[in-house]
Design a protein around this ligand. Structure first.
Ligand SMILES: CC(C)(COP(=O)(O)OP(=O)(O)OC[C@H]1O[C@@H](n2cnc3c(N)ncnc32)[C@H](O)[C@@H]1OP(=O)(O)O)[C@@H](O)C(=O)NCCC(=O)NCCS
Length: 130
C-alpha cells in the first residue's frame, strides 16, 4: 500500500485490505510465483516487482507493479528487482515483456529505458470531477 500510494494516478488512491491483496495479487490467475521478486532489509520487506503470464501469448510476459519503500529509494533496489525480472524472462525464453507507466513517473520511466523498454502506445485518460 505504501508503494502503491506514491504511483502517479488520476484521482485519489484507495488502499485495499490484506485479504483483497492476497486475492487479487497472490491468487491472480496469471501469477508466476518464481517471477515475484522481493527485497528484504532485515525483517522488513522494502521492495517488490513481478512478472505475470500473458494469456494466449506464451512468448510474452507482463511486467507488473514495481515499488520500493520511501526510505530506501534511490539506492538501485528497483533497478535490481527489475534486472532479476528481465533475467528470469530471458532464461525462460520469452521474447518480450510489456508494461505500462504513467507519463509523470520519471523514476520508473528512467529504469525501464535503461532496460531497453520502448514506447509503442500512448493512452490518454481524462477525469471530470462533479
Ligand atoms: C519508481 C520506484 C519503484 C523507483 O524505486 P527506486 O528503488 O528508487 O529505484 P532505483 O534506485 O533503482 O532507480 C531510480 C532511478 O530513477 C531515476 N530517477 C529518479 N527520479 C527521477 C526523475 N525525476 N527523473 C528522471 N530520473 C529519475 C534515478 O536517477 C535512478 O536511475 P539511475 O540509477 O540511472 O540514476 C519508486 O520510486 C516507487 O516505489 N515509486 C512509487 C511506486 C511506483 O510508481 N511504481 C511504479 C509503478 S509502474
Amino acid at each position: 500500500m505504501e508503494t502503491g500510494a506514491d504511483e502517479p494516478r488520476l484521482g485519489v488512491y484507495t488502499p485495499i485490505s490484506r485479504e483483497q491483496f492476497v486475492d487479487s495479487e497472490l491468487h491472480h490467475p496469471n501469477l508466476v510465483p518464481e517471477a515475484y521478486f522481493l527485497a528484504k532489509r532485515e525483517d522488513r520487506y522494502v521492495g517488490h516487482s513481478y512478472l505475470r503470464r500473458v494469456p494466449g501469448q506464451p512468448s510474452a510476459l507482463h511486467q507488473g507493479f514495481t515499488g520500493t519503500r520511501r526510505e530506501v529509494r534511490g539506492r538501485g533496489i528497483a533497478t535490481e528487482l527489475k534486472r532479476r525480472a528481465v533475467e528470469y524472462a530471458r532464461a525462460s525464453g520469452v521474447e518480450s515483456i510489456d508494461t505500462s507507466n504513467d507519463s509523470l513517473n520519471q523514476a520508473m520511466l528512467a529504469i525501464n529505458a535503461k532496460f531497453g523498454f520502448e514506447r509503442f502506445d500512448e493512452r490518454v485518460f481524462g477525469e471530470r470531477t462533479v
